[in-house]
Design a protein around this ligand. Sequence first.
Ligand SMILES: [Zn+2]
Length: 98
Amino acid sequence: MDFIFCPICHKQISITAHSCPHCGHPIDEKDKTELKQTAKNVEKIVKRKESMFKFGCFMVILTIVLVGGAFATGNLREVNFIAVAVIFFIGLSLMGAN
Ligand SMILES: [Zn+2]
């Protein structure tokens, strides 16, 4: 079901509502179009954050496996490469957070 956010109390309300059930703010058709757009943007941001989080988890696991493997084989040159990759990833995730 489609939903929008009340411009006054920012709570989720049904697209079919004529007023906010939480604070009573009246919602007209023009407002609905704008608010629906806002709700879609919020959804997009949430989805992007979720995918960044999944990517982050994947990178952490990969790093642990690679660092563990490098230490096990005594290949420290590989560890340097991983350190650069980790710094690059932290930079990426900080950009994604903003
Ligand atoms: Zn409200």
